[in-house]
Design a binder for this molecule. Structure first.
Ligand code: EPZ
Length: 423
């Protein structure tokens, strides 16, 4: 397994290109199952998760052609569709569950393996399945697979009240509802930019969707969807990750293509921590105003609140801050696994359940550390940028899932970061 070696101490200067959003691409790709017309995605990130989703869609009968070094995906699903999503593929990536809604809508039946838990939590699918049941799907769990069948072979519109603004459930129900008979209303829907991006793509194909980005989304079912070409929205989590690099290491970096509206709550916290963020034609220019960030408290919430996917990265920055910060993780039950690794580098962090108290220290010391999940991995690289000496981040396959060309992007602005081939 490869590792990433970070030698701390360099200040950063220059531009970092931000890719298309992993979490938008992973819900846009299954859209090809909803139509027998071509769907082309541009600005697609080059990530191992995209390859996993490609393998899954091909196993279901979709044709996926990768063009322009993976930045364009030309997809089409015509002819026979296999409606069973196999455990061997689904277990690798939870987002595989996003084929459930499209398969049910297109074929009236589906067998999708439960993804199983992952490092950050149990991640059940009850909100997805309860919503689809309201639309007339009969769903049984057998041998680790969800067996789903639409009454009469076609889903019906329904009013669905979500107990929690689940991103994946909003995506699955929205996709399923585009071809259902009648109108579907999702109350307490997720409002993430990736939801709006999905709705924009579906509308381009002829879907009738209103309210995306608000807590209430209304979808009027249509008979069929047509062809479309859609550019994947900028990745706000990659953006926020790289915005923290100059805050931790010093210097000034412009994140190309970045927009404040994608990350307003995160930018408010950066402002409170003494970070200047300037919106330019090229993107977001970021630098620390003083010589040390200030402590701030953070609570993760569904969009437009502070994103859980930036909690680990923010903690890495707060390890260096002047003062004590309290981070509350309200979305996932086990998302502080980066904390003990940061403590190995000399951070002062106390975790009690879903709350982490971080007392800023003057300096961290480089050390060999273990990546446990995608966002924890990159938080260790960020900490290594300003740590004294060398930090070796192991198990970087986690990183390859969500950060394209991560070494090149850090090194491109002067960080001393290199990939070390595994034995
Ligand atoms: C999406 O996961 C993202 N993944 C996650 O990003 C992100 O952290 C999460 O949304 C929250 O923003 C993709 O988009 C591929 P949820 P998802 O359904 O859809 C509970 C990353 O690092 N829940 O909003 O799975 C669930 O257990 C990844 O890029 C239920 O209880 O998130 C969790 O505690 C990590 N029942 C909370 O809701 C359900 O049926 C949030 O889940 C569904 C969810």
């Amino acid at each position: 397994m490869d590792s990433i070696l970070v030698k701390g101490g360099n200040t950063l200067q220059g531009d970092i290109p931000i890719a298309g959003a992993k979490n938008a691409a992973l819900t846009l790709m299954p859209v090809t199952l909803l139509s027998d017309e071509p769907l082309t995605l541009t600005n697609t990130p080059r990530l191992s998760d995209i390859k996993t989703m490609t393998t899954l869609l091909e196993s279901l009968g979709a044709e996926v052609t990768s063009l322009q070094d993976g930045k364009v995906l030309a997809m089409s699903t015509h002819g026979a569709i296999n409606t069973t999503a196999d455990y061997e593929i689904v277990r690798k990536m939870r987002a595989s569950n996003l084929v459930l809604g499209p398969l049910l809508a297109r074929e009236g039946h589906a067998i999708v393996s439960l993804p199983g838990g992952c490092a950050i939590g149990a991640r059940p699918m009850d909100i997805h399945t309860d919503g689809l049941a309201k639309m007339g799907a009969q769903i049984d769990l057998r041998d680790g697979y969800l067996h789903a069948k639409a009454d009469g072979g076609k889903l019906k519109g329904a009013v669905i009240d979500f107990p929690f603004a689940s991103v994946g459930a909003t995506e699955n129900i929205m996709m399923a509802a585009t071809l259902a008979k009648g109108t579907t209303v999702i109350n307490n829907a997720a409002r993430e930019p990736e939801i709006v991006d999905l709705a924009t793509c579906l509308r381009a194909m002829g879907a009738q969707i209103d309210g995306d980005g608000s807590p209430t989304i209304t979808i009027q079912g249509v008979d069929r969807l047509g062809a479309a070409t859609h550019a994947v929205v900028t990745d706000r989590i990659e953006l926020g990750t790289y915005m923290l690099a100059p805050v931790i290491a010093g210097g000034e970096v412009t994140c190309l293509g970045g927009r404040i509206d994608l990350l307003a709550a995160f930018c408010e916290k950066l402002d409170a921590a003494g970070v200047s963020v300037t919106e330019t034609d090229a993107g977001l220019k970021v630098a620390l105003r003083g010589d040390r960030p200030k402590a701030v408290d953070v609570t993760t919430e569904p969009f437009p609140g502070f994103p859980t996917d930036l909690q680990a990265q923010m903690m890495a920055m707060l390890c260096f801050a002047d003062g004590t910060s309290v981070l509350e993780e309200k979305i996932f039950e086990n998302r502080f696994m980066h904390a003990p690794e940061l403590v190995r580098m000399g951070a002062d962090i106390d975790v009690q359940g879903g709350t982490a108290t971080v007392r800023g220290v003057d300096m961290l010391k480089g050390a060999p550390v273990m990546a446990t999940d995608l966002r924890a991995s990159v938080s260790l690289i960020l900490a290594g940028l300003a740590a004294e000496g060398e930090t070796l981040v192991n198990r970087v396959y986690h990183l390859d899932r969500g950060y394209e060309k991560v070494v090149r992007k850090f090194a491109g602005v002067g960080a001393n970061v290199e990939r070390v081939k595994g034995q």
